[in-house]
Design a protein around this ligand. Structure first.
Ligand code: ADP
Length: 186
């Protein structure tokens, strides 16, 4: 069950000098780095990573609205809407601004069930709701509502592919074949 997954060190982890420390957590857990690069990405490029599709908008919008219900806060206050697609549209714009604001480091990690294992090490979308011991839980206290009150994306240090199909798409989007070690190479 060896898999490959994409991790993007977002501008806040690069700015805070946390990349080495976070990368070493993945290595210590047994994941192998099969490609990596430091790059600046345009808003147009990030728009492909966070696609303007109904399923993406609905997914980020619904997750956020569930958090608003739990915290008893009215989404109209921060989004002017309680429609998940409209909420997702605003979050997508903030997330594009965030990833394009400075250099990022993109990496492909390989290992046993790499997609699920990397997500487990990373934690949940909101650092404030992520367990201690996870990367987002240990290095940030940002949350949905705190970020949304300031009309910005949650600063949560890293992106990690959600499912194996997404990992395959993201590997193709972020890397050329020759930038990665061959599958099965030593
Ligand atoms: P994840 O990165 O945990 O898979 P999503 O795919 O749902 O999360 O969302 C993509 C990114 O958009 C998140 O990592 C986060 O930076 C940002 N984001 C998601 N929801 C919100 C929100 N309500 N407010 C601000 N930023 C958000």
């Amino acid at each position: 069950m060896t898999e490959r997954t994409v991790v993007i060190f977002k501008p806040d982890s690069v700015e805070r000098g946390l990349v080495g420390e976070i990368l070493s957590r993945f290595e210590k857990a047994g994941l192998r780095i099969v490609g990596s690069k430091t790059i600046r990405v345009s808003k147009e490029f990030v728009g492909k990573h966070y696609p303007n599709s109904k399923s993406f908008l609905l997914s980020v919008g619904s997750k956020t609205l569930e958090n608003y219900v739990q915290n008893k806060r009215d989404p109209e206050k921060d989004f002017g809407s309680n429609d998940p697609v409209e909420v997702g549209r605003k979050i997508r714009k903030w997330s594009i601004d965030y990833l394009a604001r400075g250099p990022v480091i993109a990496a492909v990690l390989e290992g046993s069930q790499a997609v699920a294992n990397v997500r487990r090490l990373v934690g949940g979308t909101s650092p404030a709701d992520s367990n201690p011991g996870t990367i987002r839980g240990d290095y940030s206290t940002d949350s949905f509502i705190f970020a949304n009150m300031q009309k910005r994306s949650i600063q949560n240090l890293v992106h990690a592919s959600g499912i194996p199909e997404e990992a395959e798409e993201e590997i193709k989007l972020w890397f050329k074949g020759e930038e990665l070690l061959d599958v099965d190479s030593e």
